[in-house]
Design a protein around this ligand. Sequence first.
Ligand code: PEP
Ligand code: MN
Length: 332
Amino acid sequence: MIIHLPKNISNDYAKELAEQIGALCLEQPEHFALITNHTVKQLPDSVASFALNHWVFNSDMQLSSRAYHSDTYRVQIGDTYIGGDGKNQLMIAGPCAIESREQIEQSCLMLKEQGIRVLRAGCYKPRTSPYTFRGLGEDGLKLLAEMREKYGLLIATEMRDATHADKVVEYADIVQVGAKAMYDHGLLTAAGQSSKPVILKRGFGSTLQELVNCADFIMSCGNNQVILCERGIRSFETNTRFTLDLCGVAWLKEHCNLPIILDPSHAMGYAYGIGDLARACTAMGVDGLLIETHPCPECAQSDAAQQLNHQQFAQMYASLQPIAAAVGKNLV
Ligand code: PEP
Ligand code: MN
């Protein structure tokens, strides 16, 4: 249950009331929100006389639920936004990982030429094998910050674990919590306590309910600038890397109040399918796409098979324009 209490009671008293009913107390601009788990169905007597409003839920998808906040939250991305009136589809692109100054400069030049605002590149890579490239770490963050200054791009990058969460929050304009870290409560808390937009990727073995519960974790720390990312789930199919769950996206659009972006690159795992999937996602009217592109995909130190070269990227991006227009979206 979420219960709104007025701001004319003190912060301490709101916390005391929350404690009495075993709720979390979240201070919002116009009220306090007391949040219990969803098994509470009756407004507790101790708060009844103060309550401005209350909502009952059938799962712990509460703050992220349209039943609580019917409009999609607007997430500010530099001088533009996604969510809100749903008019914009954001392109987030770049190499899987930042590997060198030369490589990232080439990526930035291409993104600028294409009019793309957000460069995404990993500095702390979660890898399946310990014997492969794990990213440039803080040196990568510093290089990305330099690229932001030089090219006026916004920087999205991933926090892999709590050892560097503060650094990523400090350097990034958009913080990514990756699929393998979706359940890491240390990262969810760090993301929730920051004021940066957060891309929360769905774990490939996670249900939609588990994804939105993790979004609620971030939001319950006070940050509602959360963007959900569907990046493919594991199915019985082995010919593609994962299976992009478009039904899941339709469910999220109906039930969840957060903008949704799609990552066809990690879902497909092969460059040849990315254009078709990006067009399909755009036709669904999603709030954004995350596409991996590398100046030399065959030289990439991670996810080589799925990265588009710059020419493929430009072709794919141009092909999205009429589809976006047909579903009433601006590509930003
Ligand atoms: C990534 O975004 O580069 C990544 C590692 O993806 P995921 O967390 O979806 O596996
Ligand atoms: Mn990758």
